[in-house]
Design a protein around this ligand. Sequence first.
Ligand SMILES: Nc1ncnc2c1ncn2[C@@H]1O[C@H](COP(=O)(O)OP(=O)(O)OP(=O)(O)O)[C@@H](O)[C@H]1O
Length: 938
Amino acid sequence: MADTENFPSHLPQPTSHLPQPTRHGMPSPQKQLTEMSASATNSRTTMPPPTANGHKRQGSNLPESATKRPTLSDRAGQPLKSAPAAPKSNAPVSAAVSSTLHTRYPSSISSRSNSIFSRSTSSASSTSSSFSASVGSRLQPPTSMNYGRPKAALAKDRGRAIDSRPATSMGTRGGGIQDGPNNKRMAPSAPMNKLSSAPRRNDIATAHKMNSRIAQTVARTSGVLKEAQCISSTASISAQMSALTLSPPRERRHASPSKSPPLPPHPVTPSSFTPAPFPSYNSSSPRKNKARQFLTKSSNLETWDPEEQYGNMERMYQDVCKHYKDAMEESNEAKQASSTYKDTIASLEEDRKLTTEAMIELRCELQTTKYRLEAAERSAQDIKREFEQEIDDLKRDHRIEMENVRQSQRKDIDQAKADHRDELRELRNRYEDELESERSQRLQAVSQVSGQVALDKQRHQLDLELKDQQIRSINMEIERLLADVEREKTLNADLRQTLSAAGTNASHMEAARQALQAKIDYLESDNKSQSEAYADMERKMNQAIERATECEEKLRKEEMLRRKLHNQVQELKGNIRVFCRVRPSGSDASEEMAQISFPETDDDPKDIEVRGQEEANSLGKDTTKIHPFSFDRVFDPSCSNAEIFEEISQLIQSALDGYNVCIFAYGQTGAGKTYTMSSDDGMIPQALRQIYSTSKELATRGWTYQMEGSFVEVYNEELRDLLGKDGESEKSGKKHEIRHDMVNLDTTITDVNTLSLDSQEQVEGILAQAMSRRSVAATKANERSSRSHSVFILRLKGQNSITGKKCKGTLNLVDLAGSERLSHSKAEGARLKETQAINKSLSCLGDVIGALGQQQSGFNPRDSVNGSSAGSGGHIPYRNSKLTHLLQLSLGGNSKTLMFVMVAPEKKCLSETITSLKFADKVSRTRIGVARKTTTGR
Ligand SMILES: Nc1ncnc2c1ncn2[C@@H]1O[C@H](COP(=O)(O)OP(=O)(O)OP(=O)(O)O)[C@@H](O)[C@H]1O
């Protein structure tokens, strides 16, 4: 087995058909004999015979004879002409046995031969030949490299080769060598198993206990021993084989394996081994000259040629003998090595025993030391515990002692502190008493002095305060009078005279005041004369007050006169007045401007001229038309909101006087309507500021005002409350309705929040809220274009506590949405709808104004409610849009109405500008009714 491993790996391993050697080298002789006998009888039918040239024939590869050959059955009927010669005394191998050996185990024999003898360099060539003869030319014998090893190396290699497998595995392998010729499993040889495995186990156990060097040595020794045993066993088997060949063939052929007695082992020693001479064969066999014979008539298998077979057998026998001899020599050497290793093992065993004893002693010592150490540790623990207890006791004692000392010290300190406190208290009491008595003495003295001073001072102070108050009131009165005078001066000449008189009066009073002041000074310096001066001053004061009252009365009368005159002037001017304002150019410098001029350069410009687009006349010449317009007032781009407000402040005053006032801004989108009406200094905030300041002034003349405001927008022909909570009207789903009270000439909107405006700050907050809620959107002309008409309605209710007069006015401030041409704006979707609604309502406004113009005479506002005029009977289409419906009373003649027409200066807006101006011109030419005051009382 080991030798098969030496074959080159690229070659197929030779398969053995011989009974495989067990670990002892060969199967038991008894079994071998049995099998050999059986095979001798069966071999002719089961195995093909070797060929004549000595090569192995294999199965169907055997060449078939072309000629007809006699079969065995044929030959059975024939008399045996030349039987093989009877074996001689040394019993040569019979032809049957020989052929059986070659047919059944050719490769096995050869292989085995190789395994046993391949290490002999001298027999390399013969091995090779026998190998090729037995296994065929396809397989090469082991190379000569394996042969020339030194003996020691050989022994070592073998030892390693065998010893590298564990003992049990060896046993298994030995037992499992396997399939014999008839696929019979070969049982391992039990004694040999015992022999080999037992020492091996011992060796391995020893090797594990001892060091690795000892283990290696033992392993090597064991390997050598096994090799030697193997060789000796092989030798015995060979001897048996030799003995087997000596037995008479006829007897063996018929002898039953079970009945035949076991053959005694052949006493072969390597040194005394002499191979028996191979039996000679009768070469004059008649078969030699005979024609070729066949197994059966129909078979083309030739019958065996015994002569040729015999020759082969003889050669093989020679080879086997030679190899056997070599093996014997190797075996001897191995035995010698074995005895040497045995000695070494014995001495090592001795060493191991000594070492084990020493180890046991040391272990005992270690154990003892451990016990001692543990005892020492225990005692150390006890001592430590004792010490710890002692330390704890000491600590406790120390703590108690410390506590005692601390307590005694604390007591001492407390005692010392108490003493010290008492001492301090005593001292403090003593000093405080002394201090108190001293202080009281001094205070008495001081209070006597200061009482006197304070009394004097108080008296003077009171006098002074009284006089200051009088002076203040006189001053206030003078200021008020001066303010009144100042205001009246600007109204009319009579008032100026009165005011100058008041001024003179005031100067007298001032002189009197100065005199009084001098007297006060004098009085201050001289207490005695003070009372006289005071009485004089009081008298003069009363005179002044009387005169002031007279002046006030006079002023009131003048005020009434002024109002009357103012309203007369307003009526003369007409109830709808039109102001025109041109916006400055925008930030885009590249924008081309329209040619707009203002011919009048005085303080009160009323005219404006706009140069129209260039047009070709009938002669083909380019001409431009100039459009002149005239309004109540024209404001050029340089005018500020403050300047414009000055012009309308009289109208705001009219609202306080009990008139309905309506101011609205009209113009194309982006022309400046929202800027004029609702910016921080726009008309709406300024109007409110004026109303507050004037109402305060009028309060001095007995007027008190109640103000209520609401803010709505007309968006897409629907009213929206800008002062309501977010989404309130959408949630409630209520629609606001416009109602006109024609008795009181009052307009109300249902479900609209009306807030009482108590302070100017509140009003401005409300305005900001309303402005933020307005519907705005970016359009082509304006980034924040108003998409609705916004209307701020301020109701003013005044009452004069002196005269008992009552008045009720309404101020409507309207910021209209911008007119816009759809073709220009190219609005879509929501924007388109908005633009359509805006344009429609503005066109309705134009219609209403037009209708009002036609019925100038005989206006009755009550008729206007029904959309008709008593004078002309013409229909006024107020209800055609929410905007005109809402402004019905403002437009219908009952109110003072001011329209701002806003103009954009850009050329691109020119046509729209001209349209707006034409509309404004139409409005300014309209004369509608007479505004009436809603006052009651005297
Ligand atoms: N007198 C002015 N001085 C300076 N800037 C102005 C003046 N008038 C208008 N503007 C500016 O022009 C722009 C358009 O003005 P505004 O929004 O008042 O136009 P509008 O007529 O109200 O437009 P819409 O009808 O689309 O609401 C704004 O940026 C505004 O500040």
